[in-house]
Design a protein around this ligand. Structure first.
Ligand code: ATP
Ligand code: MG
Ligand code: MG
Length: 467
């Protein structure tokens, strides 16, 4: 990418989260991820250009040196920091403004630093020719897939109902979403195909910010701008239909919408379970008790005791293992956070030795991986637990991108050949990546505790009462 020849007309709005806004190149499979600030700060940016550069470099290091070791580097694209001409960034921000959803506009794109993260476009990885069928890409933000242990939580409900399911009640009560999603992450992370299918079905029904579908790099299904309207499943079906007609010996008129959605979900679940490279046996999950959420509507009787577990090298297994570095829950962690905080008040210079805000390097990774289970009362053991917790938080917030590329068929006139083709195992090849792997700041921990308390008390107040 030649940064001195940047033209805003070569880029278009692609999407955004809470922290960053993403634009994609119209021709090449590249995106730029730009920082966002609260709109109230738009006149004076909260950090200098150098600090912004440092922040993005930190994101790259955290992803490439820490998260990629934990999650598997085959899933991860860390990208690189780029310095862009300010005029380009300003024009770009004007150009994309009207495409942004209103509910995201409490923040503005950073137009002051000229820094951005350049990444491969994971929704449209190859430069597909116009003649080939464009790839389908599914983005899932799975959230936390396990229950904390009884030992560390003050409210028993936290060990029975998962955080996502409780949070849904809070989000509806506080007006963030109109309807509650019935998706439960514990079903998705179960490795049991029936439970996973059930989970994906509910993601699809109420996508919120956890589920999106792209076709040829273009978002064709996501939550509606106005959360009053149900999502446009018919629109999605219209896009999916051509992909699912072959392969099942059915003709278009016979293939019902239900069958198309079923096939789509099956292909997606299989891609999520597929192992990548290193192989490995199917590992059994943690104790059964921590992998079922009482709020999930999935009927437990349907699986009985046949817990399948996740394949050891599947993307979900790696994400879950990393999430489970949070062994103490926020409640068990908070006293350790306080110990570090107190120490930093007494010895502010220790912030850099303890790598509170990085640098994210091999030494940091070692602290995360080698953290002793026993707390010996030292600031070192406290910060190691804090680092583990923050790494787990990143894994609870990441997204998975599954790209489904239809295998190209040769033109066949022969009926026999066509029938043979219909029995091929899958008409798609799939590839999986993980994105959104930013480090979570040390200072956000007290906010995490307060949010946790609000969610739990809201659930205890309203949870049982809602359908
Ligand atoms: P969150 O609020 O979830 O923390 P965020 O602000 O950190 O989000 P991202 O999730 O990284 O931002 O990016 C926002 C959206 O942009 C993603 O949900 C995804 O749809 C899209 N996106 C991000 N990176 C890429 C990429 N490399 N290729 C294609 N699309 C991307
Ligand atoms: Mg995100
Ligand atoms: Mg993020």
């Amino acid at each position: 990418m030649e940064v001195d020849k940047m033209d805003e007309n070569d880029w278009k709005y692609h999407g955004e989260g809470n922290k960053s806004l993403v634009v994609c190149h119209v021709q090449f499979p590249r995106v730029l991820r730009l920082l966002k600030y609260p709109a109230a700060d738009s006149e004076n940016p909260p950090q200098t250009a150098e600090q912004a550069f440092r922040q993005i470099q930190n994101m790259v290091d955290f992803s490439s040196k820490v998260m990629s070791s934990l999650l598997g580097d085959k899933f991860i694209h860390s990208g690189e920091v780029v310095k862009l001409p300010l005029e380009f960034v300003r024009q770009l921000s004007i150009k994309i403004q009207q495409q942004r959803p209103a509910w995201r506009c409490d923040k503005v794109m950073d137009i002051y630093s000229g820094c951005a993260l350049c990444l491969p476009n994971l929704t449209s990885p190859a430069l597909h020719q116009a003649t080939l069928t464009p790839p389908l890409c599914i983005e899932i933000k799975p959230k936390c897939g396990f229950l904390p242990s009884h030992k560390h939580v003050s409210k028993d409900i936290k060990a029975r109902v998962c955080r996502y399911c409780m949070h849904q009640h809070f989000k509806v009560a506080s007006g963030k979403w109109k309807r509650r999603s019935l998706y439960c992450p514990l079903d998705l992370f179960s490795g049991n195909k029936q439970r996973m299918t059930f989970a994906v079905r509910h993601l699809l029904e109420e996508p919120q910010n956890n589920f999106k579908v792209f076709k040829g790099g273009q978002c064709v299904y996501s939550c509606k701008e106005s959360s009053d309207d149900p999502p446009d499943v018919n629109g999605l079906l219209h896009h999916l239909r051509p992909y699912f007609l072959q392969g099942n010996n059915r003709t278009s008129s016979h293939m019902t919408n239900k069958a198309i959605l079923n096939d789509f979900i099956q292909v997606l679940v299989n891609a999520l379970l597929s192992e990548r490279g290193d192989g490995g046996a199917v590992t059994d999950r943690q104790e059964e008790g921590r992998s079922f959420c009482e709020a999930s509507l999935f009927n437990r009787e349907r699986v009985g005791h046949a817990s399948q577990g996740l394949p050891a090298d599947s993307v979900l297994f790696r994400i879950l293992q990393t999430q489970m570095l949070d062994t103490l829950d926020i409640e068990g962690l908070f006293p350790l956070y306080r110990r570090v905080e107190q120490h930093l008040q007494d010895f502010p210079k220790e912030r850099s030795r303890l790598q509170v805000d990085g640098p994210y390097n091999e030494a940091f990774l070692e602290k995360v991986q080698k953290c002793r289970m026993e707390d010996d009362g030292s600031v070192e053991s406290a910060i190691a637990k804090v680092h583990q917790y923050c790494v787990a938080m990143t894994a609870k917030d990441c997204s998975i991108m599954v790209v489904l590329q239809p295998r190209e068929e040769e033109e066949e006139d022969d009926e026999g050949l066509r029938r043979l083709r219909d029995f091929r195992p899958s008409p798609f090849s799939s590839s999986v990546s993980i994105l959104d792997l930013d480090p979570k700041p040390f200072d956000s921990i007290p906010r995490q505790l307060r949010l946790d308390q609000k969610i739990v008390s809201c659930y205890l107040r309203t949870g049982g009462a809602l359908p």
